[in-house]
Design a protein around this ligand. Sequence first.
Ligand code: PMP
Ligand code: GLN
Length: 381
Amino acid sequence: ANSTLSSYGTTVFEVMSRLAIEHGAINLGQGFPDTDGPLEVRQKAADALLDAPNQYPPMMGLPELRQAVAAHNKRFYDLDVDWQSEVMVTSGATEALADCLFALIEPGDEVVLIEPLYDCYLPIVRRAGGVPKLVRVEPPDWTLPRSALEEAFTERTKLILLNNPMNPAAKVFDREELAFIADLVIRHDAYAVCDEVYEHILFDGRQHIPLMTLPGMRERCLRIGSAGKTFSLTGWKVGYITAPQDLLAPVAKSHQFVTFTTPPNLQRAVAYGLEMEQSYFDGLAAEMQAKRDRIASGLADIGFGIIDCEGTYFITADIRPLGFCGDDVDFCRHITLEAGVTTVPVSAFYQNEAIDHYVRFCFCKRDEVLDEAVARLKKAF
Ligand code: PMP
Ligand code: GLN
């Protein structure tokens, strides 16, 4: 067996979801909404499934979805994108990440990443032969350590993989931080793979700023989005990459042998979704913000230390004030078994010297589910 792959355990999301099912717990671990996204979008998928051909769509994606992605870039970020040469559809952001990293990384290339890390980043970078250079942000304020970031960039840096808004930190990078990162990318003649799947889930009036919109970054960024997050349809696995032609071309080579294509009816429906009115996108953020506030106040009431949540549908809580004996992993197991609520330990998102007293709650759930989870936890502590 391949030694890199066999050394990996099973991802924390699967482990905790299985445990939740086994114990009949409310699953606030793995990130997925418990209500499906817009009915009109699902109706489009159903119609397309019955009406249209269900054969291989073009490798780069259905023209109507690529056009919609280009138009979405213009509408929200004033980015001019050529849909034919600069947009590719993938089977989820996960495939997009794999395509980008396999296409751009040569063995020995250095890749800058910011911990805490979404689960698939490091395994893909390593499998591509990349040498990870990790920089960490930490709760409670997740401050970007600028000198450490500067040191992480060297003449061997191929790219930075940046997740903004960031899972699980719920951090939204501001323009100044992005400018700092952009400057390093330009100085080291590197690229940026930008995982922006939570681009429409920002709170308290914050606006998403794609790194790609900063001066000098248009030609260095590969920007990744996901219909799973934007339309609360995580099972669909429809993603999209926007990148300059010379970067997208090698990524398409990778894509052609990974999945080649993505179900056509889902592509058609996502094209429709991306063109929905502003009120849909505003409504998504507002709804998630209300849920954030709901769970934050419930958890604070119980005694958790609540860390600021600027975007995404995850919130980090400090378990120390509860006086629990054990680390975050023990805690997550304990509350699954004893309270019937499942979360994930934040240490699972760090490679080394993990801080071990924070847990991540996923709050894209119906209000009554959030309330019931809080009530169960209250009883247990
Ligand atoms: N990146 C991040 C930061 C995510 O949270 C997720 C979803 N869990 C993904 C990528 C994967 O998205 P998709 O389901 O579209 O593959
Ligand atoms: N992105 C989701 C999360 O962070 C999980 C996706 C998965 O299970 N692979 O929880």
